[in-house]
Design a protein around this ligand. Structure first.
Ligand code: AMP
Length: 144
């Protein structure tokens, strides 16, 4: 049985680092660096999700426009069509989505409000724990 997003958030916390759409790419990159994270959720009025900006997008921006372009607003490079999930989603659901769509972050929403974020690191940690538990059960069964 796969763990729910809700159980992961209860353990890791629900804090999500966000920025507004008009901060510059350089400022958004600084937020990633200072918080030691790979993604920020871009929020508009009333905390609505309007995009996601990750370290991959920093590379895209520099590759496309060179370092001079880092003064542009984050809204010019962020991904606006954000895949999000509810707390009822399972880690297996997210593993499937992250590998098929090739991204490593999924914001969690409850009643239209941002209430957490799951990264590929959280997914891997949860899967390792499940596999270890399964192995313990099998060993206990064999030892009888
Ligand atoms: P990542 O692997 O999370 O660093 O992201 C790779 C690319 O996918 C970047 O261009 C991100 O903006 C985009 N991305 C990341 N997470 C999501 C998401 N949940 N929904 C849509 N796009 C995303």
């Amino acid at each position: 049985m796969s763990a729910s997003v809700k159980s992961i958030l209860e353990e890791k916390g629900r804090n999500v680092v966000t920025v507004g759409p008009s901060v510059t790419l350089a400022e958004a990159a600084k937020v990633l660096y200072e918080n030691k994270i790979g993604a920020v959720v871009v929020v508009g009025m009333e905390g609505r999700i309007v995009g996601i900006f990750t370290e991959r997008d920093v590379v895209t921006a520099i590759g496309r426009n060179g370092p001079e372009g880092m003064g542009q607003p984050v809204s010019t490079v962020m991904t606006a069509n954000v895949y999000r999930c509810s707390e009822e989603a399972t880690i297996n659901d997210l593993m499937e989505v992250m590998s098929s769509r090739r991204f490593r972050h999924v914001p969690v929403e409850k009643a239209g409000k941002l209430c957490g974020i799951i990264s590929i690191g959280d997914v891997v940690k949860s899967r390792i724990r499940e596999i270890e538990l399964e192995a313990e059960h099998i060993k206990a069964y064999i030892a009888g």
